[in-house]
Design a protein around this ligand. Structure first.
Ligand SMILES: NC(=O)C1=CN([C@@H]2O[C@H](COP(=O)(O)OP(=O)(O)OC[C@H]3O[C@@H](n4cnc5c(N)ncnc54)[C@H](OP(=O)(O)O)[C@@H]3O)[C@@H](O)[C@H]2O)C=CC1
Ligand SMILES: CC[C@](O)(C(C)=O)C(=O)O
Ligand SMILES: [Mg+2]
Ligand SMILES: [Mg+2]
Length: 337
């Protein structure tokens, strides 16, 4: 199945330049969208609660900051870039009363629409512009004259022009420089959750921690285990990123490649694949979303405990010491904020 990809020449920047955009939230994605929209000639206002710690950052960058309700009231296009778990209450309290007919509500991830946590009225456009990369990279690429590919979707086309407007927004943040792929809220949400849970974040973190534990419990030095299980992962992933798994295998030794081909499938075996399918079905059925919402409503008791346990894992202390020896690992991820 082929996808539709749109580039700069397919998008009319004038559409978004003719609207006032409220960016609600000024974190990883919010700062990247807001600064790049502004640099693309768009009239932007930031919506943040009164006590938000992001307020000084946005103000230092010369942006006008209002409350979410005030920003939504002023704007024609309201981009929601607050945490997914905060969006339902934010929408009910501050956005819905100001989402008047003819406006557009945009998202950076489809979670709250896909799981019916937010139900906009029928007379507004509902669309998504979701960069496929962390916000700080989105901003850095824009500044460098490049862009991060993004997904664009329309859930509700009240104006008849929602896709063109979303594409225009994607152009303003650099997305169509690299390519904007048309998708649906359902596809973006389900694949994004699956990717971060099974492979990118959950799968990779568990693989690294487990490998480190096996080596250190067998008596090997934590420093050596860190290099083998975490540090070198970036070097290997960079090769995959540049030329696929085949390119990575071309670069490594025959010894490593033979071990990869024979041992990899023993680590990620049929049981792991079955578990991945189960994780996907929990995403598709809404079970994961219900669990996340319940955890949030209960005040994050498990989330907080598991986050602290992860931060206390011995690999973190070893990593801190070793990274001090690496002068090139010194570019803070927040530097564009
Ligand atoms: N991180 C990423 O790179 C990606 C994120 N996305 C999506 O983008 C969206 C934003 O995620 P992300 O950028 O990671 O979020 P962050 O956690 O980095 O930032 C959230 C921002 O929202 C503010 N905020 C918190 N609560 C509220 C509220 N009630 N009303 C208004 N603002 C609030 C925070 O302020 P304070 O500083 O006060 O907490 C902060 O400025 C999510 O939908 C996410 O799934 C999509 C692709 C990649
Ligand atoms: C991989 C994590 C992510 O989906 C992302 C940066 O794309 C997220 O939700 O942060
Ligand atoms: Mg993602
Ligand atoms: Mg995600």
């Amino acid at each position: 199945m082929s996808v539709e990809v749109y580039y700069d020449d397919d998008a009319d920047l004038g559409l978004i330049q003719g609207r006032k955009v409220a960016v609600i939230g000024y974190g990883s994605q919010g700062h990247a969208h807001a600064l790049s929209l502004r640099d693309s000639g768009v009239d932007v206002v930031i919506g943040l609660p009164a006590g938000s710690k992001s307020r000084p950052k946005a103000e230092e960058q010369g942006l006008r900051v209002l409350t979410p309700a005030e920003a939504a009231a002023e704007a024609d296009v309201i981009m929601i870039l607050a945490p997914d778990t905060a969006q339902r209450a934010l929408y009910a309290e501050s956005i819905a009363p100001n989402l008047t007919p003819g406006k557009a509500i945009f998202f950076g991830h489809g979670f709250n629409i896909r799981y019916d946590l937010i139900k906009p009225p029928a007379d507004v456009d509902v669309a998504m512009v979701a960069p496929k990369g962390p916000g700080h990279l989105v901003r850095r690429q824009y500044v460098d004259g490049k862009g991060v590919p993004c997904l664009v979707a329309v859930e509700q086309d009240a104006s008849g022009n929602a896709f063109a407007l979303a594409l225009s927004y994607a152009k303003a943040i650099g997305g169509t420089r690299a390519g904007a792929i048309r998708t649906t809220f359902k596809e973006e949400t389900e694949t994004d959750l699956f990717g971060e849970q099974a492979v990118l974040c959950g799968g990779a973190s568990a693989l690294v921690q487990t490998g480190f534990e096996v080596l250190t419990e067998a008596g090997y030095a934590p420093e050596v285990a860190y290099f083998e299980c975490l540090h070198e992962l970036k070097l290997i992933v960079d090769l995959m990123y540049e030329g696929g798994i085949a390119r990575m295998r071309y670069s490594i030794s025959d010894t490593a490649e033979y071990g990869d081909l024979t041992r990899g499938p023993r680590v990620i075996d049929a049981r792991v694949k079955e578990e991945m399918r189960k994780i996907l079905s929990e995403i598709q059925s809404g079970e994961f979303a219900r669990e996340l919402v319940a955890e949030e409503e209960a005040g994050r008791p498990n989330f907080t405990k598991w986050r602290a346990e992860g931060a206390a894992h011995p690999i973190e202390e070893t990593g801190r010491k070793l990274r001090d020896m690496m002068s090139w690992v010194d570019r803070p991820i927040t530097e564009t904020a």
